[in-house]
Each structure stands twice: as structure tokens, then as C-alpha cells.
Design a protein around this ligand. Structure first.
Ligand code: S3P
Length: 189
């Protein structure tokens, strides 16, 4: 197992598998795993939907930026970022400075399928599929802007995606694994 020299930061839309893939990738690489949303919730002493409801989205985004800043002081880790971590230009700059950014792609239909009730995700709750598609579309250029690597998760298990990223980080393969299970692992369960 080879611990990366810099952070590996997973970005992508809600339901793209950042947390599940990140945990598995960290195991494979023998690196620490950080889930930025979990950290924000732990520091606030409240779940993300409560932070949104009580303090508003901007206050959550301030916490997100503050959390990203602290990563500069930490040993190389696999970091699952929240889906909106790319929204602020400052965050996009931070992400690029912090390490290798991997964009996990998912389409809107699959994102909704993986997060059926918007569980724990205020920005998915009570949204029509068309709204979700619009939100994803508005963010795609931002994910692409920060990405060093772009990896599709469609039809792939989290394990297959983690294995694929490990290969890409090692520079030994640029192809999607062929021997993957077809059922995508659900990030929201
Ligand atoms: C958000 C995504 C969530 C969480 C918050 C806002 C977003 O993280 O940070 O609900 O703006 O896309 P996940 O992408 O891990 O669900």
C-alpha cells in the first residue's frame, strides 16, 4: 500500500459516491480518510440539515471553507468533499492547492436513484428530477475546472471506482475496469 504524497480530494454531485469510494480508497492506500461533511457536523454539534435550517446555506458554506483551509495542516489523506465544495472560487483554489482532485461523475437520474428521499441532503429534499438535473448542470463546469482526474461512477460499485482511482493515481491505467459488478453501490444507505 502506498500512502499518497498529497491529499486526494474527491469532488462531485450528491450521490456520486464520494464517501463510500473515499473510505475504500483510503483502505486500499493505507491513508487516513476525512469526510468533510462529517467533520463540519461534528464541529457544529449538529447534522447538516440542521445547520442549513438554523443558520442558512451561507453559514454552512463558511464552515465548509474553514474546514478546507484546515486540511493544509494535515497529513496526506483521502478527503470526501461535500457536493457544493466547488461553488466558491476560494474553495476551488484551495482544492487545487491541496492535492489531486478527482471528480466522480454521476448523472441526475442516478443521483436521485441513489438518494431517493434526499436523506440528510437539504438541497435534494423536495426537488423535482428536473430541478436536480438543473443543479447538476450548473455545477458540472465547476467540478471539471478543479479536476485532475475525471472518473465515471455510472453502473460501477464503489469498490470498482476505488480500484480504478488507485490505478489512475499510480499512473498505470487510464481505462474503466471491465470486471466490475454492474449494480452501483448506494451512497445514501
Ligand atoms: C451539498 C452536498 C452535501 C452537503 C450539503 C450540501 C451540496 O454533501 O455538503 O448537504 O451543496 O451539494 P454530499 O455531496 O456528500 O451529499
Amino acid at each position: 500500500m502506498t500512502t499518497p504524497l498529497r491529499h486526494v480530494l474527491l469532488v462531485g454531485f450528491m450521490g456520486s459516491g464520494k464517501s463510500s469510494v473515499g473510505r475504500l480508497l483510503a483502505n486500499r492506500l493505507g491513508a487516513p480518510f476525512i469526510d468533510l461533511d462529517d467533520r463540519i457536523a461534528a464541529e457544529a454539534g449538529r447534522a447538516i440539515p440542521e445547520i442549513f435550517q438554523d443558520d442558512g446555506e451561507e453559514a454552512f458554506r463558511d464552515r465548509e471553507t474553514a474546514s478546507l483551509r484546515t486540511l493544509a495542516e494535515e497529513p496526506p489523506s483521502i478527503v470526501a468533499c461535500g457536493g457544493g465544495a466547488v461553488l466558491r472560487p476560494e474553495n476551488r483554489g484551495l482544492l487545487r492547492e491541496l492535492g489531486t482532485v478527482v471528480y466522480l461523475q454521476v448523472d441526475a437520474e442516478e443521483a436521485v436513484r441513489r438518494c431517493p428521499t434526499g436523506t440528510g441532503r437539504p438541497l435534494l429534499a423536495n426537488r423535482s428530477p428536473e430541478d436536480v438535473a438543473r443543479l447538476l448542470e450548473s455545477r458540472e463546469p465547476l467540478y471539471a475546472e478543479v479536476a485532475d482526474l475525471v472518473v465515471t461512477t455510472m453502473g460501477l460499485s464503489a469498490a470498482a471506482v476505488a480500484e480504478h482511482i488507485q490505478r489512475l493515481l499510480g499512473g498505470s491505467s487510464q481505462t474503466v475496469p471491465e470486471d466490475h459488478p454492474t449494480a452501483a453501490e448506494k451512497e445514501c444507505e
